[in-house]
Write a protein that binds this ligand. Sequence first.
Ligand SMILES: CC(=O)SCCNC(=O)CCNC(=O)[C@H](O)C(C)(C)COP(=O)(O)OP(=O)(O)OC[C@H]1O[C@@H](n2cnc3c(N)ncnc32)[C@H](O)[C@@H]1OP(=O)(O)O
Ligand SMILES: CCCC(=O)O
Length: 442
Amino acid sequence: MYIEEYRKKCVSADEAVKVIRSGDWIEFAWAASMPGLLDEALARRKDELYDVNLRGGVIITPVTCMECDPTGEHFTWNSWHLGGRERKLVQNGRAYYIPLKYSELPRYLRENVKTDVVAIQVAPMDAHGYFSFGVTVSHYAAAIEKARAVIVEVNEDMPSTHGGYDHAVHISKVDFVVEGGHRGLPILPSASASELDRQIAGYVLPEIMDGACIQLGIGGMPNALGKMIAESDLKDLGIHTEMFVDGFVDMVEAGKVTGTRKQLDRGRIVYAFAAGTQKLYDFLRNNPSLAGYPVDYTNHPFIASQNDQLISINSALEIDLTGQVCSESAGPSMISGAGGQLDFVEAAYNSKGGKSFICLPSTYKDKSGQLHSRIKGQMTMGSAITDTRPTVQFVVTEFGKVNLKGLSTWQRAEALISIAHPDFREALMAEARGLKIWRKLA
Ligand SMILES: CC(=O)SCCNC(=O)CCNC(=O)[C@H](O)C(C)(C)COP(=O)(O)OP(=O)(O)OC[C@H]1O[C@@H](n2cnc3c(N)ncnc32)[C@H](O)[C@@H]1OP(=O)(O)O
Ligand SMILES: CCCC(=O)O
């Protein structure tokens, strides 16, 4: 029934990007769903276009538009969350970070920012005229609502995924369809877990009970924990997360996940976007046990916290002695972004029986090989505060875990120094004395 409309809207990538004008803002790519043909076609229009702003995040694949424009006069990349490639673009002054509380992204798109064109990759159209957003549900439906033009690039290899709502776009809302054929999906290998990651994960595992609902963040440590959960005796776990990664597939395959004790989406795994190996993408394809939702559903603390025993496990870069957490920058130099960390820190604490864990190795080795404590007297100048101190609950290093909720500043300093690397504890105590947050009785 919709085939005729589909055919009428089918154009080449070069034809489709003609709708883009100088000065436009384009919602473009997220994680594993990069519209590669549109990117290349836009790059070919470089000399005709000036000051086009592309927006995306967590990208895994190179962006041709950015590579073809070394002076930045034609294209600027604006990132909701820096993946490794975007971090380099930011360092070279070619891209900029947009501070984000990820649960609010659909609302930013509806109420706060200009979106002229949406150009995204989708799965093939179904018999009812819908293109599934595939591995990225997140914020695409909200972006489409206000755009002047919507271009979808169809990737035959993009899995059609099940969802809650707003996980697909109807042909009636699309202006141009670009058929991309079989383009595969970029592979994001699982971050390898170090011995240290396993030690940290070892402190979190005993805090997880049968029937708990799990969110895992990005990085080696959450990955180590996913593996440990898969090998544990835990049962009847649920999953309500932002990013769906291979570690969750391991947990499902090990029979740990039933979702039967969830208060929301009973029996289903809830996520906003997915990136990982081909095994993960195959698992997602037409799988009714999964539900991709917009990120204002997955991450909103009011919603996520309705699941009892929500356990949130995220990584950080540094923490000061009063409990402020930085997970996104090293001083002023951006590493990643705030993403959904604060969303889940708040959600887990507000869930009945829930717990939030901020995990970090106690030290960081710089390029010259010098060791620094990640637990600091004061936050490094310029570091962004991702989680304010009242929001932080458990903090875990390879030396143990502490619960900061309700502790006074001197108790926080004492607790955090107890899990700092032993080589830095004396210096941290001296700093705490100077900051008037040390009360150790003689
Ligand atoms: C998907 C979800 O559900 S996530 C929800 C929550 N979202 C978040 O937690 C967002 C914020 N958190 C993050 O972005 C990540 O968890 C991080 C950055 C804190 C940790 O991620 P990891 O991959 O474990 O970090 P890792 O230790 O590998 O460091 C990442 C990079 O930062 C660099 N880095 C780390 N610490 C420092 C430092 N103090 N100074 C300079 N660079 C540093 C590392 O060298 C590495 O660089 P490279 O990729 O070029 O080698
Ligand atoms: C915004 C996507 C990733 C994250 O939350 O860390």
